[in-house]
Design a protein around this ligand. Structure first.
Ligand SMILES: Nc1ncnc2c1ncn2[C@@H]1O[C@H](COP(=O)(O)OP(=O)(O)OP(=O)(O)O)[C@@H](O)[C@H]1O
Ligand SMILES: [Mg+2]
Length: 240
């Protein structure tokens, strides 16, 4: 059967010449395998529960499955999906004891969003005119910086679309100056419209005691409490 363009080419050759050729259908799968950067797996359809579960497991590679580990991964997925599609990106607070896998999830989410956005640039981000900026930061290392170094880090965070702050609350206030918490307060108030993921060992009730406004912003986030997950940090074995 003739295509519309072929039919037109016979009848009206000039018009047919100016018509664009049919664009190839976008296939994330082909794109993903062809991209040298990509170790990626396309986001599965929202309603395909089985595919989503497999996707999560491949992305986060959490070998140990306490029942809450699945939920921790689900929140990682929720965040990544929203950040990538720029569809009502929200805040996620992952709280839990040391070694439960918060940083692992946060790091992988960060890498995934960056790589995926790079691969699927045309699909998702064309309208923005630039790739999304993703900043993953170990918060204690940032907040303990001095002067210009701190200011530069903060400018990077303000300029980002997706901000992931790891280990918030583990910072030391060596001089009992209150500086770390006031820095956190002012940072959080300026990140309100961005996609923000925060991991912490500190319980929400403790945050409320430390600072009301920080507590209030963290309360407003989608919160996943992973305190039930055990410590999976591999033990350093002593020499025989
Ligand atoms: N479910 C899991 N399966 C396998 N390994 C895991 C799992 N969760 C965490 N790990 C491993 O345990 C170690 C600690 O994990 P991670 O650093 O993510 O913990 P954390 O919650 O960030 O701890 P902290 O509060 O001390 O920062 C890492 O080596 C991580 O890869
Ligand atoms: Mg951590």
């Amino acid at each position: 059967m003739q295509t519309l363009k072929e039919a037109l080419a016979t009848a009206l050759p000039d018009i047919a010449q100016s018509l664009p050729t049919t664009p190839e259908k976008h296939s994330t799968e082909t794109k993903a395998t062809h991209s040298p950067k990509s170790s990626l797996w396309p986001l599965p359809a929202k309603d395909d529960k089985e595919a989503r579960k497999l996707w999560r497991e491949r992305l986060f590679q959490m070998e140990h499955h306490h029942p809450d580990v699945e939920n921790l991964m689900q929140w990682g997925e929720w965040f990544a999906r929203r950040a990538i599609t720029n569809n009502r990106p929200g805040w996620v607070l992952l709280e839990g004891k040391p070694g439960c896998g918060k940083t692992r999830v946060a790091r992988r989410v960060s890498r995934f969003i960056r790589d995926y956005a790079f691969d699927a640039y045309e699909q998702f981000w064309q309208s923005r005119g630039s790739l999304p900026r993703v900043e993953f930061r170990d918060w204690p290392a940032v907040v303990e910086q001095k002067g210009d170094d701190y200011d530069e880090s903060i400018e990077d965070l303000y300029a980002a679309d997706v901000v992931i702050l790891d280990d918030v609350g583990a910072e030391a206030d060596t001089y009992k100056s209150g500086l770390p918490i006031s820095r956190l307060r002012s940072l959080l108030s300026r990140l309100e419209r961005k996609a923000v993921m925060i991991t912490t060992n500190v319980k929400l009730s403790e945050w409320e005691k430390r600072d009301e406004r920080v507590g209030s912003r963290l309360t407003a986030a989608n919160r996943f409490s992973a305190f039930g997950i055990p410590d999976y940090r591999p033990r350093l074995k002593s020499a025989p």
